[in-house]
Write a protein that binds this ligand. Sequence first.
Ligand code: ATP
Ligand code: MG
Length: 183
Amino acid sequence: MRFTKLRLNGFKSFVDPTDLVIADGLTGVVGPNGCGKSNLLEALRWVMGENRPTAMRGSGMEDVIFGGAATRNARNFAEVSLQIDNTDRLAPAGFNDEDQIDIIRRITRDAGSAYKLNGKDVRARDVSMLFADASTGAHSPALVRQGQISELINARPKARRRVLEEAAGISGLYQRRHEAELK
Ligand code: ATP
Ligand code: MG
C-alpha cells in the first residue's frame, strides 16, 4: 500500500483545492512557520478516520473547515481525498481485486462527516478498519505528531503498550472483539 495523492479542499488553511502528488521514496515538507505543514499531516490523519477534534488541534470537528481570512469568506465544508496504490496487494482482504483505493471524507457544517471508499458510501468504521488491519491507522505510531516523542517517553506503561500493539498490527482485532462483546 502506497499513498500516491492527497487532495485538500476547504480543509483548514487549504481553502482552494490543492493536489499533492506523493512520489516514491522520502518526501519532505518545508516552509515557514504557519504555512500549513502540520495541517497537511492532519489532513492525512483525518481522511484515515481520526475522530478526536483535539488531534486536529480543534475543540470541535467542524474546526477543520476553512474558517475565513481577511480577504476570504469561511467555507461550509471541507473535503480530503487520499489515493492509495494497492498493486502490491497489501491492503486487507476485501481489496484483493483493487489496484487503487480512493478514500474521500467530507464534513459539512451541522451535518457531520461522510466517507466514500472507491465511490461507495461507507461508515467511518469501514475506513478505520481498513487502516487498523493494515496497522497504519489515524492513531498509528507511524504518524508522529509534533510533541509526540516526549509524550511517549512520559507515558504510563498501559499507554505505551497501546502504541506497541498498534505497531504490531493487532489493534483491528481488539476493535472487532470490542464490537463482538457489545452484540
Ligand atoms: P510550524 O512550522 O509553526 O509548525 P506549520 O507549517 O505546521 O507551522 P500549521 O500549524 O499547519 O503551520 O498552520 C497553521 C495555520 O493554519 C495558521 O495560520 C492558522 O490560522 C491556519 N488555520 C488552522 N485552522 C484553520 C481554519 N479552520 N481555517 C483557516 N485557517 C486555519
Ligand atoms: Mg507544525
